[in-house]
Ligand binder design. Sequence first.
Ligand code: NAD
Length: 323
Amino acid sequence: MSLYRNSVWFVKGLREYTRAGYESAAKRFVEDDLGVDVAGRHYMITGANSGIGKATALAIAKKGGTIHMVCRSRERAEEAKKEIESHTGNQNILVHLLDMSNPKEIWEFAEKFKSENKLNVLINNAGCMVNKRELTDDGLEKNFATNTLGMYILTKALLPALEKEEDARVVNVSSGGMLVQKLTVSDLQFECGTFDGTMAYAQNKRQQVTLTELWAKSHSKIHFSVMHPGWADTPAVRSSMPDFHEKMKNRLRTEEQGADTVIWLSISPAVVKYPSGLFFQDRKPVPTHLPLASTHSSPEDEEKLLHTLEELSQRFVPVTCKL
Ligand SMILES: NC(=O)c1ccc[n+]([C@@H]2O[C@H](COP(=O)([O-])OP(=O)(O)OC[C@H]3O[C@@H](n4cnc5c(N)ncnc54)[C@H](O)[C@@H]3O)[C@@H](O)[C@H]2O)c1
């Protein structure tokens, strides 16, 4: 079944996820959709110093939005901030240092952020594919800590701030790779069997889709979406998937093409015509399962994911945030 899923997915990818796939899809884009001025609105983008995150930050800064860049490295973040400022003339670009694999730091950051800022749109873009099973200082598997638990805690902690604002949105940058995975909740940190970084990443990205669907149901004041950027030529693809990059480099999307749907979901008034909780590719909702792939999960498993993440995340709430 896994061979079936991988083959169907790769053929689909060659048709849809490449640069040619983007160019073909872009023929139906409505130009006016991005014709908005978002001055006064605040956008938080995780992993905003490179790739799709930076292209998103640049485009939204051009439209006048205040950008909160959430990054790990001060040096790389400051360099990207300068580039965004000089390209756009927008001076409302703020850098926040945060390691998305450190749950305690995320809780602390979100508490402080909420007390000092407003937030209209959260863009969960930071992500990683670590190919060997590595643990963080907290003993968490690195892909899970960054892609699932970190994203869960940041979103959870910022929901009250988002709920206070008009037209609040959460945009989760997942991956079409999740189509090959069925949600697994019994082994969230990949302790059993042989570790496969690509599959761990795809499982995390499936979890992001499930979380988006669940949050959309329980938080009606916020518009949630999750998306696949296509296959874009970014530092992550170059370093984590060197063989794939080598074979595909002439067919990959640019970072801007990968970011297009993130930008559209974050700023366009056209988006809120769609129900909350959908999975998008090239400005269009698309199915979250491949045909005949048996990847549908039970409502019990989906609830269990939420419950397990909530329980785990609470272990890292600093005393100051509990007061
Ligand atoms: N490029 C693609 O083809 C592709 C395809 C599908 C999904 N994606 C997703 O797009 C998103 C952006 O990736 P990209 O391709 O632009 O790669 P990238 O390497 O340019 O960007 C990833 C960003 O996440 C940041 N990041 C990673 N771990 C972090 C941590 N612990 N704390 C803080 N920041 C952290 C990195 O520093 C970087 O800024 C990711 O979620 C990725 O999974 C990309």
